[in-house]
Write a protein that binds this ligand. Sequence first.
Ligand code: OAD
Length: 256
Amino acid sequence: MTERGAASSINLPGDFVERIRSARAVVVFTGAGISAESGVPTYRGGGGTITWRGLAPAELSSPRLLRSDPRMFWDWFLFRRGFLSTVEPNPGHCSIAQWEDRFKSFLLVTQNVDGLHAKAGSRSMVELHGNIWRNRCQSCNEAIADLADDPATTLPYCPCGGLIRPDVVLFGETLPARAWRSACEAAMTCDLFITIGTSAAVYPAAELPMIARRGGALMIEVNPEETDLSALSDVSLRGKAGEILPELSRSLFEGE
Ligand code: OAD
């Protein structure tokens, strides 16, 4: 059954509250939409999509730009870091962080690199596309906690000679193997899968809801717009995550 509720209000069919409350293994899968109300532009749709120096994210966060113009590549990521340092988690991030202790098993799988889930207090988390605040060596892959040089003025290099880069997955790169394995295992074995703020247009991340569906999980989507996942979902809650998720928390856990 697919229930497409009215905008910005929770419309859960009869026994769903109890089915959600009694879920034992929960996966929450988020995309750019969860950070939209923090002021972070999404990648697709909604008019909030980002460009920089006239280029789209797919051209900027690309192995090609990293190779051909590492200075511009770093400037793009410094611009993003500068912007992201000014934003805060919103009530959507905070609700998800609170759910973590409510279920026997819980994993947050995010496609976002902005670090806002961790800032909101989420700990049981897999960052499928990396984290913009971390750095690693492009050659030896070593994580680099402190940069000897300021990347705004000097391109940073690893002792091995490789260029240091932000630890994010660029368009066309493969996902970090361990993160992907953990996400797949959790999706395969969960009994509740909640998708929030993703167009589910980017693979392989977008396979996760299908894996969960095949495993028999109850599927809930939170998104103001219809997506390819809507037809796969038992319930689609139409509205903004920052409004829907606190409301969902109240319906589920108030009075405990
Ligand atoms: P998209 O930009 O593709 O999709 C954002 C989704 O969020 C859309 O479906 C919107 O309808 C929805 N949305 C907008 N505002 C919302 C709100 N307030 N509450 C809830 N939902 C809202 O972002 P992703 O699906 O995350 O990858 O994109 C996936 C990947 O594409 C990104 O991780 C990035 C990009 O290429 C890499 O950089 C590797």
